[in-house]
Design a protein around this ligand. Structure first.
Ligand code: ATP
Ligand code: MG
Length: 892
């Protein structure tokens, strides 16, 4: 075999196709142009879409290129497989409505085998085609002269290119046999025939015949203009011509790897032999070298194309690559920035074809160095912290992963990778939950900031007092307007606009302590204003955001009306929160601690900590207890007192880390519940009317969220929708039964259904409907299996009465078509005939839309003279498959 450098290979490819009248297209940027569907150019053809779909006219119907591509979904493969890179080059030739299968195949063969070009010995090459593509198969056999044992007809899975909608078609792939050295168990061509992952037969070239249009529903019509689209990975071809175990020992990566060796701790060396030795420790070391060499190349190219490290999209990918490479460097004992010093190797290896890299050398190096320094500053601390966590805890909690992420800039992927290396698990679920929470907090902070930041100055100037009267009332007449302002200025009057106002006395509750803000109206003779929101000012004033119609000025009096419906429902929910909190503490124990809540007109949710699992019956007991307390009609009492008294005298729960004022407010429902709370509550538990738990979620790390409803109306509405939803699901499952009932009736299913439809809407029936749904799902599965079995038996029945014929050798033989049967059914049938006749050969064929099958059986007493697999092999339909003397099966 010829030894060729990567540059020679690329040049030869392009020269060949130029000679065959192909127009050469320069490589284009990795950043897709006018294609929002792609983050990166990921193949040669991705740059040619407009030519293929007819939006643009190509400079020539024959095109060739060598295109850089990035596949982020392969990043995890890098260094693990022998031939995946983040960035790689794809050689291609394309025909846009010009030549088709015959020429595409003969071009490929000429380039690969001709002495003038790659000169690969023909016996080294193997071909696969789509088994229905007779045309391609025949070109290979008749025109090219491929030997039968060098071509395999494979399935749609391996040899049909289809993305579900649009142009698609069969392909043919060309493989190079690197010999037994790369096939330890000496399995040979079976590796290809059965599509087994291997390093012996390397795919050089994939030629797609874009022949059909898929209408999106797998109906295929012939395309009026057929295209050729091919792709060949340059790095993989290089590893063939340089006979290296993986792509990484080729001339593209080798200088980089050698340089890493010179920088890193001298005890680490890249070992080529390890490909065969497979020593675990050394494999890890090799992987580190490979990842670094790969990532620095991808990063250099991306930066040269104008991508810079950042926090999203392409920028984030580049940042991740740089950070990941740095971490791998640490595994090799490199502790400072070093990636930027490798860039020159990338440039030297690639500059022949990408001369612009030289001009960008400074930019690439300084961008990488900058990012390295930034990361290293925080990283070393984080790495230490992570290693401690791993050593001490033997796990990484979500909280710790978030700490690493937020404080040390550790991408979660990195944390997982390092932890997995040490066989330690990261609580990703908890991490995601906490991250979401942190984001929400940041969002809220931003929201506040947006609303209030400009006012900060205005805020500090607010010296008016404002008293909240809303604990006892929902309207306050003749409140005085004491302050009017916007985001930018303090006003003395306002008209027909959105402004903030403060009243000397207000019944409007400002959002806090988990209770939603009040909304409502302010009205007087000259103005009517809708209160959209009420928030707390820095000095506890209640600030109303209003949409004003008419005019107001400082000193005016105005009547304030809270939206009572909303407030009443919210109050029921807030009191409900106190009761469920107390109930859960009673049922589950005092370790239950509320850690947050939200009450509005629609319902309540409460987060609480509890370090165990919660059983459904415990939840039901808590619900029942709350309902009991509602029925006990307990009055609500409120006490203003010192913190000390609140705890000792009134038994208030106080475990918030919040800061309390000197005087606190205690809300107490008899002996059952006593909490520090500034919210508005019902007078008597009876006002809550009813209570229901609608859901419990675990938030990870011992935090739960319980969701509940109060008031008869809310619960009824919920029950109605839920009940109907469940009935609908039950009905849908039942419909499956109805369809096949004529084949097999099932009393059990009918009983379950009757039971479901006899239910009346209630809390209890929701629970039992859920159980019924579960029962029914199981019953219907069993039922469907039974129907299937019955249908199979019926289907087989009509094929059970074949009589053997005697052939010229005097052997009994049954050779019949059994269309409609699958291989499994056919085998069952063969067994039955073997039982029925002592000496018989059975050959069954079945033609179906999803494939044609053949099964051959030979009864035991005949197996000395006849073998099923031999008969199978000699069938004129030349089936593919396998078997033994007794039974053989396959497709044709
Ligand atoms: P694989 O199964 O190896 O990932 P693929 O089926 O994804 O390959 P194609 O989409 O057919 O590959 O791309 C055509 C050629 O591009 C492949 O035959 C291979 O030579 C090359 N190639 C694809 N992905 C990579 C990669 N991540 N690194 C290097 N070369 C690649
Ligand atoms: Mg792939």
């Amino acid at each position: 075999m010829r030894k060729l450098t990567t540059n020679e290979i690329r040049k030869m490819w392009l020269d060949f196709f130029k000679e065959k009248k192909h127009h050469f297209l320069e490589p284009v940027s990795l950043i897709p142009v006018e294609d929002p569907s792609l983050l990166w150019i990921n193949s040669g053809v991705a740059t040619l879409k407009p030519y293929f779909d007819g939006r643009k006219t190509p400079p020539s119907p024959r095109l060739t290129n060598s295109q850089k591509a990035i596949r982020t979904n392969d990043i995890e493969n890098v260094g693990v497989t022998a031939r995946h890179h983040t960035m790689f080059e794809m050689l291609g030739n394309f025909s846009i409505g010009d030549y088709f299968k015959k020429e595409a195949i003969s071009f490929a063969w000429e380039l690969l085998t001709s002495d003038k070009w790659f000169a690969i010995p023909t016996e080294k090459l193997y071909i696969t085609v789509f088994d229905e593509d007779i045309e391609a198969y025949e070109y290979w056999i008749n025109d090219i002269g491929i030997k039968q044992d060098h071509i395999f007809r494979l399935t749609r899975d391996t040899n049909f290119w289809d993305v579900g909608q649009g142009p698609c078609g069969p392909n043919t792939e060309i493989f190079f046999d690197r010999g037994e050295k790369w096939d330890k168990e000496n399995i040979g061509p079976k590796l290809l025939a059965e599509d087994i992952e291997n390093d012996r037969y390397i795919e050089i070239w994939n030629i797609v015949f874009s022949q059909f249009n898929n209408d999106g529903f797998n109906n295929y019509s012939e395309l009026p203009r057929k295209n050729i689209d091919t792709g060949a990975g340059l790095e993989r071809i290089a590893s063939i011509f340089q006979d290296t175990p993986t792509n990484f020992e080729t001339d593209i990566f080798w200088p980089t790897i050698k340089q890493i060796e010179s920088i890193c701790d001298s005890k680490f060396k890249y070992s080529i032999e390890n490909y065969f030795d497979e020593k675990i420790e050394q494999t890890k070391i090799n992987t580190a070298f490979k990842v670094i060499a790969d990532h620095v190349r991808a990063t250099s190219f991306a930066i040269a194309d104008g991508v810079f490290p950042g926090n999203k999209d392409r920028g984030y990918i580049i940042r991740r690559l740089i950070r990941r490479a740095l971490m791998k460097g640490m595994e090799l004992g490199i502790n400072g920035p070093f990636l930027s010093t490798l860039v020159i190797n990338v440039i030297n290896a690639m500059k022949d074809f990408y001369p612009y890299l030289l001009e960008k050398q400074n930019l690439i190096e300084s961008t990488i160095l900058n990012e390295e320094e930034k990361f290293l500053k925080t990283l070393s601390k984080g790495y230490e912290a992570l290693n401690k966590m791993i050593e001490n805890d033997k796990k990484v909690t979500g909280k710790n992963a978030l700490l690493l992420f937020e404080s040390f800039g550790y991408p979660i992927e990195q944390t997982i990778e390092i932890a997995e290396d040490k066989n330690v698990k990261v609580d990703i679920e908890e991490f995601n939950y906490l991250l979401e929470q942190a984001k929400e907090q940041a969002r809220n902070a931003r929201k506040d900031l947006k609303a209030w930041d400009k006012q900060n100055e205005i805020f500090t100037k607010i010296d008016v007092d404002s008293e909240f009267t809303g604990w006892e009332e929902t309207k306050h007449e003749n409140a005085k307007i004491v302050y009017i302002f916007t985001d930018d200025e303090i006003l003395s009057e306002a008209a027909d606009t959105e402004v903030y106002v403060i009243l000397d006395k207000t019944p409007f509750y400002a959002e806090k302590g988990g209770q939603a803000a009040d909304t409502g109206y302010l009205v007087n003779n000259s103005a009517r204003a809708e209160v959209i929101d009420t928030q707390q000012g820095p000095n506890h004033q209640h600030i109303h955001k209003i949409q004003l119609e008419g005019s107001i000025k400082i000193g005016d009096t105005i009547d304030a009306f809270v939206n009572e419906t909303k407030r009443t429902l919210t109050m029921k929910n807030h009191s409900g929160t106190h009761l469920i909190h107390a109930a859960l503490r009673e049922i589950l124990g005092e370790t239950v601690m509320q850690s947050g809540s939200y009450n509005d007109e629609y319902g309540l949710r409460m987060d609480f900590t509890y370090n165990d699992s919660i059983k459904p019956e415990e939840l039901l007991a808590a619900e029942k207890l709350v309902v009991e307390k509602i029925n006990e009609k307990i009055s609500r009492n409120v006490y203003f007192c010192s913190m000390q008294d609140a705890i000792s005298k009134y038994g208030a729960l106080a475990f918030f880390t919040e800061k309390y004022d000197d005087i606190v407010r205690v809300v107490k429902f008899g002996e059952f519940s006593s909490e520090l709370c500034g919210g508005t509550h019902v007078d008597n538990t009876h006002d809550i009317e009813d209570f229901m738990i609608t859901g419990l979620e675990s938030k990870g790390s011992g935090v739960y969220r319980v969701k509940c409803l109060t008031s008869k109306q809310s619960i009824n509405e919920y029950l109605n929708t839920e009940f109907n939803k469940l009935l609908k699901l039950i009905q849908e499952i039942f419909a499956k039964y109805e369809n096949t009932k004529s084949i097999l009736a099932d009393q059990k299913i009918e009983d379950i259904i009757k039971d479901a439809f006899n239910k009346e809407i209630s809390k209890q029936s929701i629970i039992s409907l859920k159980l019924i749904l579960e029962d029914l799902s199981i019953a219907i599965k069993v039922y469907e299996r039974k129907v299937e079995e019955l249908l199979t038996t019926q289907k087989l029945e009509k094929f059970k009465s074949f009589e053997p014929k005697i052939n010229e050798n005097g052997t009994q033989i049954i050779e019949e078509k059994v269309n409609g049967l699958n291989i499994k059914d056919m085998k069952t049938l063969v067994d039955e005939y073997k039982n029925k006749f002592e000496k018989v050969i059975i050959i069954l064929t079945s033609e179906n839309t999803d494939g044609n099958f053949v099964v051959v059986g030979v009864s035991e007493k005949l197996q000395l003279e006849h073998s099923a697999i031999e008969i199978f092999k000699n069938l004129p339909i030349s089936p593919k498959g396998g078997g033994n003397a007794s039974l053989a099966q396959g497709k044709f």
